[in-house]
Design a binder for this molecule. Structure first.
Ligand code: NAD
Ligand code: UGA
Length: 458
């Protein structure tokens, strides 16, 4: 039996440890956090994050071999293996502000581990970190006066929110990076052994520390780049009469390109894509690779352009003014099946429409509480309405901002009858049946497609 500790009970720490607990009943797993409210929620019937399949796993493992606690120091002392899954946001001050990773939470954790350890431990980087962070962690941990030895292993997480449980149960790969020393190899093997409880050996890759750290940043950069690439093409579709769904299908059939991650949208969101690319850009600049930095930076610029384009389309289609007009925003989460609104393009669109003095109502099945928090002061000017029918009542327009299946199942005839005319739908996720909605009477605008309106000029 091993005592496994995870520091950080967030979107990664909670689900990851729940799945390890499910597959490793022989081990005792504790997840700690400084956020007492979060830990209380993990101990309750209302988990702090919405993730399909998570409740069932937590119900079966909690208080058997999975425990949640705020007693960080005590559990550090008891642990054999410590996963560190704290947040690593973009630095907002000083050198590297707006690009570099803010490693203050990370370093505090390292020092806390050092202070409360009385036995050697394996420390696993689960958070996404700049390349060579493990080196700093090693320096801090192994600077102790008691002669304790710590092995630092990189095991980046590739789960996506909304599909976290599936991604953890059947990962494409598990990546484990470590030192090529006898104790480094033993540490890597200990983490390999943990995963082999449910992951086929062929899917577990071991590399050196720096390859592991860089692979995580590179994977997110490539994924975000695909979204920006398809969104760039969507802009051209709108000008030329090509249809982005047809283009995505046609190019995705090429095995070398593949069909996934080609959904044109209002842009990528979430806490990681932008932050990890900024981090990559900062690293490139640090190593004087300015052209490489500029190449990746363009992925973010394209994303911002796509959001701005969507807002401009709304304004120009609605006769160049939306002041005082009620607009129902369907979706606040950055993607479907999560309550996470961090860096959500839906909230960016919301803020831009508020600046135009539109009357905004947001509807989302799971993310309204987080949306209210993330919008800060702007939330006072927004109506939060869980019922999409009520949200659309007397609205001039609906904008689909998150691809919840829920929004595809609504009765749009009823919605149309309750709206102001002319009624508009801006489908920022291309999830609705545009022909049917046009036939109902809506003026339909979608990403990367020609609009279908009832105006004589179109
Ligand atoms: P999160 O903000 O949801 O959770 C991090 C938690 O760490 C917070 O609850 C915070 O209170 C806690 N914390 C911070 N400092 C602490 C300390 N000293 N002691 C105890 N707890 C502390 O973040 P997240 O989304 O889970 O992401 C964590 C890391 O994993 C980030 O580096 C992120 O880039 C990476 N990641 C995230 C995802 C994702 O889908 N969210 C996927 C893969 C990787
Ligand atoms: C992403 C990666 O997919 C994970 O592998 C990674 O572990 C994680 O980031 C992380 O490091 O945090 P996540 O952000 O949860 O996961 O969700 P994605 O499915 O990647 O979607 C990201 C954003 O891109 C969402 O806003 C989504 O709506 C958008 N997207 C995605 C599109 O607009 N089009 C697509 O075709 C795919």
């Amino acid at each position: 039996m091993a005592n496994i500790l995870c520091i950080g009970a967030g979107y990664v720490g909670g689900p990851t440890m729940a799945v390890i607990a499910k597959h490793c009943p022989q081990h005792r797993i504790v997840v700690v956090d400084i956020n007492e409210v979060r830990i209380a929620a993990w101990q309750s019937d209302y988990l702090p994050i919405y993730e399909p399949g998570l409740d069932e796993i937590v119900r079966c493992t909690r208080n058997k071999n999975l425990f949640f606690s705020t007693e960080v120091d005590r559990h550090i002392a008891e642990a054999d293996i410590i996963f560190v899954s704290v947040n690593t946001p973009t630095k907002r001050f000083g050198q590297g502000a707006g690009k570099a990773a803010d490693l203050q939470f990370w370093e505090k954790t390292a020092r806390q581990i050092l202070e409360h350890s009385t036995s050697p431990k394996i420390v696993v980087e689960k958070s996404t970190l700049p390349v060579r962070t493990a080196e700093a962690m090693e320096y801090i941990l192994n600077s102790n006066a008691h002669g304790l030895h710590f092995d630092v292993v990189s095991n980046p997480e590739f789960l996506a929110e909304g599909t976290a449980i599936r991604d953890l149960e059947q990962p494409d790969r598990v990546l484990i990076g470590g030192r090529e020393t006898p104790s480094g190899r033993r540490a890597v093997q200990a983490i390999v052994d943990l995963y082999t409880n449910w992951v086929p050996k062929a899917r577990i890759l071991t590399t050196n520390l720096w390859s592991s750290e860089l692979s995580k940043l590179a994977a997110n950069a490539f994924l975000a780049q695909r979204v920006s690439s398809i969104n760039a093409i969507s802009a051209l579709c709108e000008k030329t009469g090509a249809d982005i769904s047809e283009v995505a299908h046609a190019i995705g059939l090429d095995k070398r390109i593949g069909p996934d991650f080609l959904r044109a949208s209002i842009g990528f969101g979430g806490s990681c894509f932008k932050k990890d690319i900024q981090n990559l850009v900062y690293l490139c600049e640090y190593y004087s690779l300015d052209e490489v930095a500029a190449y990746w930076e363009q992925v973010i610029k394209m994303n911002e352009h796509q959001q701005a384009r969507f807002v401009s389309n709304i304004i120009s289609s609605m006769f160049n003014t939306i002041a005082g007009k009620r607009i129902a925003l369907y979706g606040a989460a950055f993607k479907a099946n999560t309550n996470d609104t961090r860096e959500s393009p839906a909230l960016a669109v919301c803020r831009a429409l508020l600046e135009e003095q539109a009357e905004i109502v947001i509807s989302d099945p799971h993310a309204l509480d987080n949306a209210r928090l993330d919008l800060g002061d702007a939330a006072r000017r927004v109506i939060f309405e869980s019922d999409p029918y009520v949200a659309a009542k007397e609205a001039h327009a609906i904008a689909i901002l998150t691809e919840w299946a829920h929004f595809t199942k609504l009765d749009y005839e009823i919605i149309y009858k309750s709206m102001n005319r002319p009624a508009f739908i801006f489908d920022g996720r291309n999830i609705l049946d545009h022909k049917k909605l046009h036939a109902i009477g809506f003026n339909m605008y979608a990403i990367g497609k020609s609009p279908s309106t009832h105006f004589s000029t179109s």
